[in-house]
Write a protein that binds this ligand. Structure first.
Ligand code: NAI
Length: 353
């Protein structure tokens, strides 16, 4: 078992990758396999040290276990973190070497794209192993760009959260969307179609103008979007958006968006609750992407995968109900439920062994 710094949940395995010929340095972390193969993307980034890369992988792998468990997927959690070489390197060779490392785990870990990796990289991986997803989509099968699936799950979660906290449907709400990239743009289209009023911001003016043109949204600056008068705030850009100072200026009473790791610290969940905000936990509402990846790897049909995405609001309701019955903030409730599901999977596995 391997413990990451500051993490109470140990990982099952940490595999160090070091292939000088391919300039490959990195780690694969398998956090849990009780529910199925450990699934989680491959992050390719310049880290200050291998210790920093390992710490990130250990933290991200726990997150994947929780996300997969609460999405009711037959998958555990894992993550690969690869150090980006500082000079020129042969990308195909690099990812082929990574593919061999994935293959050496015999299916205990399944990889896919994450920050810094591309579909072409997963094709290099797939020449070495079948334990990979995020490959070019085959006709009539799940796979390909997961963003529309993610946006659909966020939309369904938002409908539920608005009804719970504001007792209103979305066509009576103003929604502030931060970040209008793949997910934010698709979400804005769905909200517009549902009759919601939109206020939007993005650092990229092209992303703002295409959204305004198609939805009639009001554009504001990226500095203003969190504090505008709105009923719902949808973070769809980067993580860590909430802190002591930003929570104080938030006017929305519901937070529901796609961005990963929205809470900078675990105290921020409590701060949001104390501020009267219903926070729909990020990794529960944005699971559409991993459902799409799981469907590709496990060979489900698009219809199966869509049915699971459509079930997102039920899973969010389960977390909100648990939070209110136990007097917990919603993020803590989500983690607690996920830990229970993972422990149940581990118990079943030990009984079979
Ligand atoms: P993206 O890169 O297509 O879009 C992000 C957008 O946010 C960009 O348009 C960027 O200009 C904008 N942005 C960055 N900083 C900003 C700021 N401070 N203020 C306003 N706008 C800002 O990314 P994508 O795929 O839409 O993902 C959005 C978030 O959702 C990310 O945090 C991602 O990790 C998360 N996510 C995405 C999934 C997917 O299926 N694409 C699945 C699960 C989570």
């Amino acid at each position: 078992m391997v413990f990451g710094p500051g993490l109470s949940s140990p990982s099952e395995q940490l595999l160090v990758l070091d292939d000088a010929d391919a300039q490959l340095q990195g780690v694969i972390v398998i956090h849990s396999t009780g529910l199925g193969p450990a699934a989680g993307g491959c992050r390719f980034w310049e880290y200050p040290s291998m210790d920093a890369a390992s710490a990130d992988a250990l933290r991200l792998a726990v997150g994947m276990s929780y996300k997969n468990a609460l999405a009711d997927l037959p998958l555990g959690g894992g993550k690969a973190v690869l150090q980006r070489p500082s000079g020129p390197f042969d990308r195909k060779r690099f990812f082929a070497a990574f593919g061999r490392a994935v293959n050496s785990l015999g299916g205990r870990y399944v990889t896919a794209e994450d920050v810094g990796t591309l579909e072409a990289d997963m094709q290099s991986v797939s020449a070495q192993t079948r334990h990979v997803a995020g490959l070019p989509r085959l006709a009539g099968r799940p796979g390909g760009d997961p963003s529309p699936w993610t946006a659909r799950g966020v939309f369904l979660s938002m409908e539920l959260a608005a009804m719970r906290r504001l007792h209103r449907p979305l066509n009576e709400c103003t929604v502030a969307v931060q970040g209008l990239g793949n997910v934010g743009y698709a979400l804005a289209q769905m909200l517009h179609k549902a009759g919601a009023r939109l206020v939007v911001a993005d650092l990229d003016s092209h992303h703002v103008s295409r959204t305004v043109a198609t939805t009639g949204a009001k554009a504001v600056s990226s500095d203003e979007i969190m504090s505008v008068a709105a009923d719902v705030f949808a973070p769809c850009a980067l993580g860590g958006v909430f802190s002591d100072s930003t929570i104080g200026s938030l006017k929305a009473k519901v937070v529901c968006g796609a961005a990963n790791n929205q809470l900078a610290t675990s105290e921020d969940g409590l701060r949001l609750a104390d501020h009267g905000v219903l926070y729909a936990p990020d990794y529960v509402v944005n699971a559409g992407g991993i459902i799409n990846v799981a469907a590709e790897y496990l060979g489900w049909t698009s219809r199966d995968a869509l049915a699971r995405v459509e079930d997102t609001a039920r899973r969010v309701a389960r977390v909100l109900d648990f939070a209110s019955s136990e007097g917990l903030s919603t993020d803590v409730a989500a983690d607690g439920l996920a830990q229970g599901i993972i422990a149940g999977g581990a118990r079943r596995l030990s009984m079979v062994a």
